[in-house]
Design a protein around this ligand. Structure first.
Ligand SMILES: [Zn+2]
Length: 445
């Protein structure tokens, strides 16, 4: 009985899951720098017997958003080669050039194509260093300055490797194809576009993603099988360029880039609300350098807009572009607008939510389901781009949550989670895969 065997395998790998999560936690890597992480995933999937795609085979390099500069990539590539347990044989030149992310494929004859998504990147934060914080107390805190796994993607890597092991061990019972997508650069909504552009979602019939999440009143069980409503978003980096001049002697010769950026900031926050749903705008950074007696010739903005639907976000993005160009024109400056991140609106398919809920009730009765099985999402998630691609050709997609206790919220310096969520997540993914690829029904039309 494959479910019984699956549960035995998960029980056997309990310590491995914690070990993997803590290793990744101690060496966090932000978007497009997941070089050591990708090398480890590639090694493990290869050893398990997966067909493994890395570098430009896993992602479309031209579709990467918000890529770090060449110096940052080079420095990190040098650093990871000296770090313990980096599998140098699997650290490719493409990975070192920021083509991170790994896809493992397991082909088990005719049947549906099932893709499971695990995001692997960390956040640009400095982890808390004191004995109240378990990663510090138990010595698996971040060794990479300015980077921290504060969202739980370290756990997602461990979960993905655990699922890989289970499905390979049970491959004789599977009918169809499994794609394990280890996605880079989720934070800032930068990586899903590059995986999708490489075509990996085009033949997918069933798509499942999941996030470790805090148990609270919204998610009152161990598992919420689907979510909807994460906000579509566009992240923009903007550069205004003007002309420097003596502020006392010849101010009329200057073109004031700082004023352009200031005018733009105020006008951006005054974009009219949309009648069809929620919208957001935030300018998070305005930087202009110069002396007090110099008309500033350069100013940069980092901003984001969001919308309840892809369409509302497009409206916000268009309005923002008009304002940025108009503000530049007012000061006779130029403006460059760079898109550095992007997510779409998102909704899970009720049929797939129901199917996974039935699987949990039948095969994992010791896990509780949340009372609301299709829960509203917060924030934005670029998994939306993958889900929409799958749904656009009639496939079914869901984005789940598996709950755990967290001493401090996600994206805070004291973030951690109860590691029992690791085996729970492996079980839910594996049980769903066993059901979907059981061969008891034809591939979904
Ligand atoms: Zn996350």
């Amino acid at each position: 009985m494959s479910v019984t065997r699956m549960l035995e395998l998960v029980e056997e790998m309990k310590y491995q899951l914690v070990h993997d999560r803590r290793d990744i936690h101690s060496r966090p890597e932000t978007g497009w720098l997941e070089m050591r992480t990708s090398a480890i995933i590639a090694k493990r999937l290869t050893e398990l017997g997966y067909e493994v795609l890395t570098g430009s085979k896993a992602i479309d390099p031209d579709s990467r958003l918000g890529l770090p500069d060449a110096e940052t990539l080079e420095r990190h590539a040098r650093d990871v080669q000296t770090q313990p347990m980096t599998p140098l044989n699997y650290l490719t030149d493409e990975m070192k050039a920021g083509m991170t992310g790994v896809i493992g494929i397991l082909r088990c004859g005719p049947g549906p194509v099932l893709a499971l998504r695990f995001d692997i990147d960390a956040l640009p934060m400095e982890e808390r260093h004191d004995d109240d914080h378990r990663p510090y107390r138990e010595d698996y805190f971040s060794r990479n300055p300015g980077m921290m796994h504060a969202c739980g993607h370290d756990g997602h890597v461990a979960i993905g490797l655990g699922v890989a092991k289970v499905l390979m061990a049970l491959r004789d019972e599977l009918h169809g194809t499994v794609k394990l997508i280890f996605q880079p650069a989720e934070e800032g909504a930068r990586g899903a576009r590059a995986v999708t552009a490489a075509g990996h979602l085009d033949d997918v019939d069933f798509f499942i993603g999941s996030h470790v999440a805090p148990d609270d009143t919204l998610d009152d069980g161990d598992v919420t099988c689907g979510t909807y409503g994460s906000l579509a978003t566009t992240k923009l980096d903007v550069v205004f360029r003007g002309l420097a001049a003596h502020a006392g002697g010849f101010p009329e010769n200057g073109k004031n880039a700082l004023l352009a950026a200031c005018n733009a900031t105020l006008a951006l926050h005054a974009i009219p609300r949309h009648s069809q749903g929620q919208s957001r705008v935030n300018v998070g950074s305005l930087i202009s350098r110069g002396g007090r007696n110099v008309i500033p010739d350069c100013a940069t903005l980092q901003l984001e807009v969001r919308g309840e639907t892809t369409q509302i976000n497009q409206y916000m993005t268009q309005q923002a572009e008009h304002i940025l160009k108009g503000a530049a024109q007012m000061q006779d400056c130029t403006v460059e607008i760079h898109k550095v991140g992007e997510a779409e609106g998102q909704a899970s398919d009720l049929a797939l939510i129901q199917r996974i809920a039935d699987v949990v009730r039948r095969d994992l009765p010791f896990l509780t389901l949340s009372s609301e099985q299709n829960a509203k999402n917060w924030g934005s998630e670029d998994i939306s781009i993958m889900m929409n691609r799958v749904q656009s050709h009639g496939g079914l997609a869901t984005y789940m949550r598996v709950m755990t206790t967290m001493p401090s919220a996600q994206h805070t310096v004291g973030f951690d989670f109860d590691e029992r969520v690791l085996p729970h997540s492996v079980m839910v993914f594996s049980a769903a895969a066993l059901d979907i690829l059981s061969g008891k029904e034809d591939a979904q039309a």
